[in-house]
Design a protein around this ligand. Sequence first.
Ligand SMILES: C[S@@+](CC[C@H](N)C(=O)[O-])C[C@H]1O[C@@H](n2cnc3c(N)ncnc32)[C@H](O)[C@@H]1O
Length: 325
Amino acid sequence: MPAAVLPPWLARLPSEDGLVFISDARRYSHDEAAYDTQYPIDAGNLKVGQGLIKWLRTIAADFSAPALELGCGTGLLSLGLIADSPYPLAIISDPSPEFLRITRAKAVAATLDQTRTCFAVLKGEELDRLPAGTLSLIVLRATLHHVLDVEAFLRSASRVLLPGGILAFQEPCMEGCILMGAMIQFLPALAAGAGEPLSPEQKKKVDDFANAMAFYARRDVDKSQAEDKHLFRVDEVMVTARRHGLDVTFDGNVSFDYPVLEPTPAPRAFSKSFRSYARYCMSWDESMMALFDRHIAPMTRLIDTASGGGPGPYLDGVFMCRKVR
Ligand SMILES: C[S@@+](CC[C@H](N)C(=O)[O-])C[C@H]1O[C@@H](n2cnc3c(N)ncnc32)[C@H](O)[C@@H]1O
């Protein structure tokens, strides 16, 4: 009975302060509390995890065994997963105990019932430590791009899932990110041409953006020490996952919360996502965003127009992989 295997297995592992240690702890590359301030998640925000559960119901997913979230961070997906969990157990994990404490505190603040929840320290690379065929769900949001060997991860995920179990992940995609990097390079020339040349500090911010996109996309450099390692190609994920018994569907430019948003939105427009990426992921300030709006935003309109009736170039998206054997 797969649902009964994990609770006693977890109970035998070392634990401290209510956290179970499947892996040794590893801190995040940025201060966890500061990360929580940069990407604030209100304890009442249950939409992402609730959207995931609704999505899983529409594809008739199996809920008989436990669910595992890898890389919970500050709980953006975890809170709704705990709130709406149809699983016998939801294991919320991260390599960083600090992130687990932040997420657990938010679950307490939201008065969520945690009787079927376990908080565990776990690295994606060590997923194989779990017994085979014991999970109905493995979910990651913006976490798989931190794992160096994606194929080894897909192999392990397939091993620990039950037949019919789901591996779900939302990750950045190569084509849209390279497009952002290519376009942002033109900002200094466009601004200079309009009579407002960028300062050396502003030029560095543009270079950092473009170089980050190139680094994430590259496959010919050692990324073992880098925090962000990959951008994903849908075709590659499909072929690689299939090698390990996982059937993949993909929805581009949507997030896990998509099924609970009212009214159902169209896939996110490239211009909006590009702007948000500059503002929040590259931490551009007001003056940089004003330059973006004057010189880059007008150039993105063609891409929105060309994306009419479809998702356009993928900046990210949701991969749903079902274990078929
Ligand atoms: C960009 S944050 C995303 C956090 C959260 N899932 C969200 O969507 O807000 C990446 C998370 O992955 C975790 N992480 C980094 N490397 C990891 C690894 N090798 N295995 C599992 N989690 C990892 C980090 O500690 C962090 O919590």
